[in-house]
Design a protein around this ligand. Structure first.
Ligand code: 3UK
Length: 563
């Protein structure tokens, strides 16, 4: 078999600080890696910043093409982004004492400056530790301690929570602020540096990223990724499924601290010489006008965000004066051509609503922090309502039974993935939960249908077992979302003496609908008519909003606690 490897042993590490390398999982705890595609043959030395950024500047006028755009008229070419990143790399090395292998915490909302910091760290051979903007001091402490973070670059507006964390992070001695006009700020130091920097000649399997999982409780998990992993992700889903071009303008909501955002809004656009819009606030009401303003062509966001944007467009169209006035508030989305949804299952109703509103067929894809990005997906031609799609070239997918063997098509089991990227937790016994028998076991219940399409059921621990039936909450949610009165919903199991569990729905109604007993009966009947009647929600509670993570995921554990 061509170059299938289960070992990470590679060329000599460039890391002087070998903290990450020493805490990789043991060889027999690693997933099997596949490098079968010709584009997945990587050299032993590889710095992904060189590949994603410097490569273009080396090619004459290519360096003048736009790379990152932001609010306030920021429009950096590849050469300008490179110059910013090089100066930051110099500050890290010359003023902050960074040595290759050190962990650098980045804290900021998406912006061109945050992208420059990301490249500055990676160029200097550091390891990026991204953090979600909304994290509080106690969560930052957990991350900084686990990763033994030594350096931090922080947006001045988010510095407070990090300052509160510092007393409990003795290893974190070097902190610089950006986005502030003060002596000693990152920008002030950077301005004194030449724009040139020689990237550290890292090994392809040197760690460059510790991605903390959006876990719910307990000690956070850090998924480590090599320079090679970032480039491998760029070589699989983007060219085979997304198929964007260098003239595309990427935009979206996921933070760069989330690998969905890091890939979709930084690595993937730069890997093809395209440009990316990095905006701090990308809630649906802010993303919609930004798509129009920046003439964005490729959008990455979560299913609920597409749903909310579609409902907003409908409201704006309805409010528009009938005479075609040019001062209409409806944003111009005519340049938009590709829309990617990930993070949660895409309900068929949301796919249809977005298509009816914009004419665009959403590209759904399931990815994970552990695998870096999307491994099952469908392009516009292969999109099928209710299914996630086909395995992405470069990856292999299976549905496993409880005995760890592959199940025949049509049966529900545990989704298992192999490919060029895979789970490498930092010093964590939970490696054995995610990697079993060489497979990455994502924790999702799936089936593969006769056409090879993978159909999502639920998180394995979210399956509702009621009266002896297995019921997947997301399927009931999808049915409820088809009802015109439903804006959002979440379905969980509530413990019940007689049935083990009962199906309980939390529903946010659209404006103009009341949550009374008649509405409960109406929605229950509607579900019974739409899917197998035994799946209907025996309980419905109306809410004004649902608990979600910063990455747009419904927090089912919170709904369960409230059930
Ligand atoms: C769920 C989906 C159904 C699924 C992610 C794209 O979400 C990402 O990473 P996380 O580590 O969560 C992984 C889990 O989220 N999920 C994600 N996408 C889908 N379920 N359909 C989908 N399309 O449970 C998965 O195991 O936060 C997504 C790219 C990079 C990512 N990190």
């Amino acid at each position: 078999m061509p170059s299938s490897s289960s070992s990470v042993a590679g060329g000599a590490t460039a890391h002087v600080d070998t903290f990450a390398r020493e805490r990789l999982p043991a060889a027999d705890a690693l997933p099997e890696c596949l490098f079968e595609l010709p584009e997945l043959q990587f050299p032993p030395r590889l710095n992904c910043a060189t590949e994603l950024l410097d490569r273009w500047v080396g090619r004459g006028s290519e360096g003048d093409r736009p790379a990152v755009l932001g609010h306030g008229g920021v429009r950096w070419s590849y050469a300008e982004l490179q110059a910013h990143a090089n100066r930051i790399a110099r500050v890290l090395v010359e003023d902050m004492g960074l040595v290759p292998g050190n962990r650098v915490l980045l804290r900021g909302a998406n912006s061109p400056m945050l992208a420059a910091c990301w490249f500055g760290v990676v160029k200097a051979g550091g390891i990026v530790v991204g953090t979600m903007p909304l994290l509080r001091a106690r969560e930052l402490v957990g991350i900084a301690q686990k990763a033994q973070v030594s350096h931090a670059l922080v947006d001045a507006r988010l510095a407070e929570e990090l300052d509160l964390a510092l007393p409990q992070c003795p290893a974190l001695k070097q902190v610089r602020r950006f986005g502030i006009a003060e002596a000693g700020s990152l920008e002030a130091l950077a301005a004194t540096k030449p724009a040139h920097f020689d990237n550290v000649d890292t090994a392809a399997d040197d760690v460059c990223l510790m991605a903390f999982t959006s876990g719910t409780t307990g000690v956070p998990k850090a998924a480590m990724h090599f320079h090679r992993d970032i480039m491998a992700a760029c070589a699989c889903w983007p060219p085979h499924v997304l198929r964007a071009t260098r003239d595309d303008v990427f935009i979206g909501s996921p933070p760069l601290a989330f690998t969905f955002g890091l890939g979709g809004l930084l690595a993937f656009p730069l890997s093809i010489g395209a440009s990316t819009v990095l905006i701090e606030k990308a809630t649906p009401d802010a993303l919609l006008p930004a798509i129009a303003q920046f003439k964005a062509t490729v959008c990455f966001t979560a299913p609920t965000s597409y749903r909310a944007m579609a409902m907003q467009i409908a409201a704006q169209v309805a409010a528009q004066p009938s005479s075609g006035s040019s001062s209409s508030a409806v944003p111009d989305l005519t340049r938009l051509r590709k829309c990617v949804s990930a993070g949660e299952a895409l309900p068929a109703a949301t796919r249809k609503l977005w298509k009816d509103t914009t004419g665009i067929e959403i590209i759904d894809g399931i990815g994970s922090t552990e695998l870096f990005h999307i491994f099952i997906s469908a392009d516009e031609q292969h999109a099928r309502p209710g299914a996630t799609g086909l395995v992405v070239p470069g990856y292999r997918a299976a549905v496993l039974g409880d005995d760890g063997r592959e199940l025949p098509r049509g049966q529900v089991g545990r989704l298992a993935i192999k490919g060029p990227t895979g789970c490498k937790y930092l010093d964590d016994a939970r490696q054995a939960n995610y990697v079993q028998g060489g497979w990455n076991v994502t924790g999702d219940a799936y089936l593969q249908d006769a056409d090879g399409q993978f159909v999502y059921q639920a998180r394995t621990d979210d399956m509702i077992i009621s009266g002896g039936y297995n019921i997947a909450g997301p399927e009931v949610e999808s049915a409820l979302l088809l009802h015109p009165a439903v804006a959002e919903c979440g379905v969980v199991g509530r413990p019940d003496e007689a049935r083990g569990m009962v199906v309980k729905a939390f529903v946010v109604l659209r404006p103009g609908h009341g949550g009374d007993a008649a509405m409960v009966a109406e929605l229950q009947d509607y579900v019974k008519r739409t899917i197998a009647p035994y799946k209907y929600p025996r309980e419905i509670e109306f809410r004004t909003s649902l608990p979600r993570t910063e990455t747009g995921k419904l927090q089912r554990f919170r709904l369960r606690a409230g059930a």
